[in-house]
Design a protein. Structure first.
Length: 153
């Protein structure tokens, strides 16, 4: 078998990256933008923002930022899409994004983990709450740390 050239390896990697982006990431981001638009148009986003404002104010964020965290539990791409949708609508500022982005990656995709990871490596379901608790703690700690860094509070 002949050795692959660097160009061939690059092209294969680019093809795989394109496939992942189109088949895995893009649908999550489109779903997130659509969901946020529906919630915003129906007034649910405003109501949810009012209800969650006290909790999210701990992190220096508006109440609507809870949607980023909820979407992140489903998928990191969805959480990123929701964050960008709220940013483009003016609901979240650049500072708010800086605070919430670490949580997307520290706690993101927990629902997917059940099927993709936990089942494959045979983690007992009794440990799911512990694993989820650790990732949620990490997300909260990340947002508190970033709030301190960004806003000095």
């Amino acid at each position: 078998m002949a050795k692959k050239t660097y160009v061939e390896m690059f092209v294969e990697g680019a093809r795989e990256g394109w496939r992942i982006g189109i088949q895995a990431l893009l649908p999550n981001v489109v779903m997130a933008f659509t969901l946020i638009k529906i919630l915003d148009d129906t007034g649910v986003m405003k109501a949810l923002g009012s209800i969650c404002a006290p909790v999210m104010s701990v992190f220096g964020l508006p109440g609507q930022a809870i949607m980023v965290l909820l979407a992140s539990l489903l998928s990191m791409g969805g959480g990123t899409g929701v964050a960008m949708s709220l940013f483009t609508s003016g609901t979240l500022s650049a500072a708010d994004l800086t605070i919430v982005l670490p949580a997307i990656f520290l706690m993101g995709g927990q629902i997917q983990n059940v099927g993709r990871i936990f089942g494959v490596i045979n983690i007992s379901p009794r440990f799911y709450p512990l694993v989820w608790g650790v990732t949620l703690f990490n997300g909260v700690a990340g947002m508190l740390f970033m709030r301190f860094v960004v806003k000095g509070i």
